[in-house]
Ligand binder design. Structure first.
Ligand SMILES: O=P(O)(O)O[C@@H]1C[C@H](O)[C@@H](CO)O1
Length: 294
């Protein structure tokens, strides 16, 4: 009665993309970095770059959001091979969730062991200031509550288990390392640790929504990241995540401030060099995992 709905890519479709990339670059990355809105400059930490436009990569979705360049950058940092997404995909762009997370399985097929996810987010925790960097220790998956989870559909055991655990999604050793790095760089004053909540977007939250999310235990709110993390953990990658608090979520009916994308991008520009230093030092400290599933 209903037309068959496509629920994801086939293993062969993922392989086509991964094999194309392997044939077109000599880099064999162990670490992937996903740049949040306005944070694409993070790719500049990579040397010996080989850059692909998303439009040139078979099967790759296209970036449609200002602040997401749509380039896949391979390169090295202190001898470590990395790949960096300058531009991620969001549900609100109209992509089904399995397209949003497509690059993660490609990274796995390239041999990536550790994924670093970054995002711009609104601060709900009243101790947070604009410009704070929040290490993500856990998440609230709002689209997931309604059944929009990237693992919906037939499970491919070649990637992972039907029912993956998410209670240890954000690697505690990498968070410890990040705290040490931040302390050494003198960044502790603006380093926080908290819970990230994903919503579908693209509208920013109402005041009532912000106060509900805060009561539910969220420290920051955004429109990305969680779907990628679920897929990365499903296929056994270690995950490190951080949110740049680009704006304070509006919680007061008398407030004049209004969330807007330009402010989000501007805060990214202001914190760019510190974020680059922090991620560089973090990557320096990441030990290879010998492709062990964790
Ligand atoms: O890709 P991220 O999550 O960093 O982008 C955030 C959420 C929206 O895409 C945009 C709103 O300004 O920034």
């Amino acid at each position: 009665m209903f037309p068959e709905q496509k629920l994801g890519y086939t293993y062969e479709e993922y392989k086509v993309t991964a094999d194309w990339l392997l044939a077109n670059t000599e880099h064999r990355p162990l670490i992937a970095i996903i740049c949040g809105s306005g944070l694409g400059g993070l790719a500049e930490i990579l040397k010996d770059q080989k850059v692909f436009s998303y439009s040139d990569i078979p099967n790759f979705p296209q970036s449609t959001v200002h602040g997401h360049a749509g380039r896949l950058v391979f390169g090295t940092l202190k001898g470590k091979s990395c790949v960096c997404m300058q531009g991620r995909f969001h549900l609100y762009e109209g992509y089904p969730i399995w397209k949003v997370t497509f690059p993660i399985r490609i990274f796995r097929l390239l041999g990536v062991e550790t994924t670093i996810v970054t995002n711009a987010a609104g601060g709900l925790n009243e101790d947070y200031k604009v410009g704070d960097i929040m290490l993500i220790k856990d998440h609230l998956n709002m689209p997931g509550f309604a059944g929009n989870n990237p693992l919906v559909g037939p499970n491919d055991e070649r990637f992972g288990l039907r029912f993956p655990c998410m209670s240890d999604a954000y690697d505690s050793d990498l968070r410890k390392l990040a705290k040490t790095v931040a302390r050494d760089l003198g960044y502790s004053e603006f380093l926080k640790e908290g819970v990230y909540c994903v919503l579908g977007g693209p509208s920013f939250e109402t005041i009532a929504e912000c106060s509900m999310l805060k009561r539910l235990g969220a420290d920051a709110v955004g429109m990305s990241t969680v779907h990628e993390v679920i897929v990365a953990r499903h296929c056994g990658m270690r995950v490190f995540g951080l949110s740049l608090i680009t704006n304070k979520a509006v919680m007061d009916y008398n407030s004049e401030s209004k969330a807007n994308h330009e402010e989000v991008l501007q805060t990214g520009r202001e914190r760019a060099s510190q974020l680059e230093k922090m991620i560089s030092r973090l990557i320096e400290g990441i030990e290879p995992n010998n492709n062990n599933v964790c």
